[in-house]
Design a protein around this ligand. Structure first.
Ligand code: CU
Length: 112
């Protein structure tokens, strides 16, 4: 075997072991019952706005985190300010959270 081949093999093994080390380091030290998940941004289109009642109706795509299929439905917002400057027909991305058995929009932004 050439020394070049051996050197290549050693480098490959080093790359593999450091990849494993990184994978292990990324795991939380203690597995939490409910792992903190990244925000799931859902695409939607505003079909109705009722800012005084903190409500918005959205035609939304599937929301995987709560196993909800695409549909048009009203949502409550946690903070009225989320509806500031929004208009019917606007395409947005939003995040939802279940709170006390109620579904709330917690974040909203214009579709990038
Ligand atoms: Cu829905």
């Amino acid at each position: 075997m050439s020394s070049l081949f051996l050197r290549g093999l050693a480098l490959a093994l080093l790359a593999i072991s450091s990849a494993f080390a990184q994978t292990n380091a990324a795991k939380p030290a203690t597995p939490a019952a409910v792992a903190p998940t990244a925000i799931e941004w859902v695409n939607g289109e505003i079909t109705k706005l009722d800012a005084p009642r903190s409500r918005i109706t959205l035609k939304h795509e599937r929301i995987a985190s709560i196993k909800m299929d695409a549909m048009t439905m009203p949502f409550k917002v946690k903070d009225k300010a989320l509806l500031d400057g929004r208009k019917v027909g606007e395409k947005v991305q939003f995040a939802v959270r279940m709170d006390d058995g109620d579904l709330f929009i917690t974040q909203m932004r214009a579709m990038p």
